[in-house]
Design a protein around this ligand. Sequence first.
Ligand SMILES: Cc1ncc(COP(=O)(O)O)c(C=O)c1O
Length: 311
Amino acid sequence: MIGSFRGDFVAAGTALSQLGRRCLTRAYRRLRTLFRLAIQPPTPAGTAFDAGFDGGSDRSSLWTVKHDLAAAMHGEAAKDALKLWLADMDLPCCDAIRSAIEARARRDTFGYTFQPPEMWQAVVRWLSEEHAWSVQPESLVFAPSCVTSFATATRAFTAPGDRVLVMTPLYGPVQHAVTGLGRELVRFPLREGADSGSGGGTGGAAAGTRELQMDLESRLGLLLPTVRLVLLCSPHNPSGRVWRTPELVALAAACARHGVPVVEDAIWADWCLWGEPFVPFAVAAAEAEASGFGVCRSVTLGARNLRTLAS
Ligand SMILES: Cc1ncc(COP(=O)(O)O)c(C=O)c1O
């Protein structure tokens, strides 16, 4: 397990360096500005809000996967590395969240809970307002995590020995789920296409960078008939590539043709950069179906505690 983790670490690092440090710095600055604008709470006049972007927070003795496991695995090499392999914040948790957790912890008991209708209404409203996706509450299922949900979907859609296609580089634990379930992992390496040449709002890439492509007409198109399930990471982590409607419609049409369902890992849906909107795969699949390309079954896995199901 550690060996393949190391492989993913290296693969993700290579992909990131290909995309270029300039792109990364730009993305980081944008994110920082976004954060400052989005989460800066009203502050009393004259006091500055400190989100802790510059100092980080003390995570010593917490056995963190991001820092401590990286050090255990890579030793000195991990010391000065930018640890982008795990979506794990070094920023202090904001006060509102901390207070809510503290208030809950002060209650006497910690029994089983359920998800009240108000929560589902909030999820439906969020998907509609943020992603123009109209979802019926009955299509939503609560699940503990993205990776376990993907494993559940893999068990539902495939049998041991079946081939499951993932597009790499990709978050390692998702890949381990496939092999752990006795399915054959088919890694499809995304490759860069022509220079985007534009950036800044036109396609999930900064100006002058090359976008990763699915190559549906050639490489991916040839593999599809040989697999039983496709995992689509959308937007793609670690590249940040945001898939556009025509690409998703084409994927849905091809998968419908071969009867291959798609599991969409949309854990990063709320984090599209460069102004590119997240297009839910289910929306594209509906468009493909309406255009006569047939039905492509799909499941979308959302951010923590907001797993969504659509078919
Ligand atoms: C693409 C992707 N999928 C899944 C996960 C993890 O999901 P979870 O912790 O909910 O299983 C991550 C975490 O960074 C991720 O980047």
